[in-house]
Write a protein that binds this ligand. Sequence first.
Ligand code: SF4
Length: 421
Amino acid sequence: MKNYTSSNEPTSATCPACGLLCDDLILNATGAESVKNGCAKSITFFEQSFQTDISASASLFGKPCDLNTAISAAADILRKSKQPLFAGLGTEVQGMRSLMRLAEKSNATLDHMHSESTVRNTLTMQNSGWLTTTLAEIKNRADVILAIGTDIVTSHPRFFEKLVWNTDSLFNKPTPEIIYLSVPAENTQAGIAPNGTSPTVIPADTASIPEIVNALNALLHHKKIKADTVAGVAISTLQAVADKLKSAQYAVVVWSAASLKFTHAELTVQSIVQLINTLNENSRAAGFPLNSGDGDTSINNTSTWLSGYPTRSRLVNGKPEYDTYHFSTKKQLDLCDALLWVSTFNPHSPPDIKTPTIVIGHPNTQLEHQPDVFIPVGIPGVDHAGLMFRVDSSITLPLKKLRDNHLPSLSDVISKIEASL
Ligand code: SF4
């Protein structure tokens, strides 16, 4: 792992490997394993990124070609297409801006690879609104944290280190109490406080989360539940959770829509939001939905500010349309006549379809079936600068260019395709 654009001296970096976007990393010249302040996930990301094949060349049906030939072939496919699908969309703000311009010119449908999860949150937000919080508020105010269906650290490894066990909060608040609902006990180690206090762990199947959250809502509304248990959890245990949430100065309820893998999970997100609303009648509480990664927060915010809608949208003669059901990648793969697959942070493979396919992404993308066009591009935050939204959507952070090579950025390539149309 060398370069850092010229000197091989240790350098600061922002990590794009999860939505926390930690900007306190120091990459040492000796190797990615010596990333200061980095978690295991960040070390894996930077190690994999610095081991990419920077000599990877563009190709047509697997045969190497120069970049201009590949760009012109991609433009040909989109020019002939009446219903293109832009999917994957693993990129940052600048990449998404260029994709939106190309989508407008080609009447494309846009869907991010993690939309299946994001939509569960979006439907709730659109239906009833919600009250969510920021990393700073969690760090400075949270005194009770209820994690529903997620251990948090698998997807966002430094959450507890930076926001929960920190001793530098602005206000004099107690060390937060942690409650895990429907998280395997072996995954709750991160919730043990520095003073040794164990978290409250309430075991339950993921499929039982809707029932349990509804029971918590009922208890918060002082309803009598005529049963001793709900989904195997004692009512007395749930009453204790409800009491802790009610007496908290600032309760935070964390969930990951990606882990709510059951039908109509958006209704469960809605129940969680109701629970937060009820708590706010007499105290202070907020939600914290975790994101899924691959730039999902960045691309949905960019899409929303440019078109008014997050992804699962389509631009028809410049007018945006939005449909979370019909514009899903799954549905559109049966209907589209061209696919543009984008994944720049990770080498995610495109769906295997017979439709003409353009893949623009990570140089190490494994292609089981050679697409019509493959264009390797740089990794944001490693090969070129960029901009990303943090998981709480409250700020954007700049990503740095850490090494020199010939790989173009996604936005360079997309702008050239747009110019060729
Ligand atoms: S917690 Fe997330 S952003 Fe922070 S270093 Fe780890 S992977 Fe990177």
